[in-house]
Write a protein that binds this ligand. Structure first.
Ligand SMILES: [Zn+2]
Length: 127
């Protein structure tokens, strides 16, 4: 459950009182319909966090899949062509291309998603 503090504009995972503010400032539940009206007042934008997460997943998937696919192509290539340099070139090439490609694509995806985030009136939460 995500809660936020109206005083310091921070968001927290649960809890009753804000751990950052002095005194006992009550935290408000973000999912509560009655508290929705305060959301535009919050000075943070959590969208970059989710966009970064999807890009991270894509990069991770590319890096994880690159090695088995490269190894598979190397073994199959060695089997079919009996040429070690050709097979190793294909295997390593696949690993490099897939890993770099997924990293490049995720950067593009993140930049495209971030187009809608205006940094002037809200501070993007990037940590
Ligand atoms: Zn607070």
């Amino acid at each position: 459950m995500v809660k936020f503090c109206l005083q310091c504009k921070n968001a927290f995972w649960g809890g009753q009182f804000c751990p950052k503010c002095d005194g006992q400032v009550e935290l408000l539940d973000m999912a509560d319909e009655a508290n929705r009206k305060y959301l535009p007042e919050l000075n943070v934008d959590v969208r970059p966090k989710y966009y970064a997460r999807s890009s991270m997943l894509l990069t991770c998937f590319g890096f994880i899949m690159a090695l088995p696919l490269g190894a598979f192509l190397f073994i199959r290539g060695l089997e079919k062509t009996q040429s070690f340099p050709l097979s190793i070139a294909f295997g390593v090439g696949t690993v490099v291309l897939l890993a770099w490609g997924s990293w490049f694509l995720s950067q593009k995806l993140f930049d495209k998603q971030m187009e809608g985030v205006e940094a002037e009136d809200k501070e993007p939460q990037l940590d």
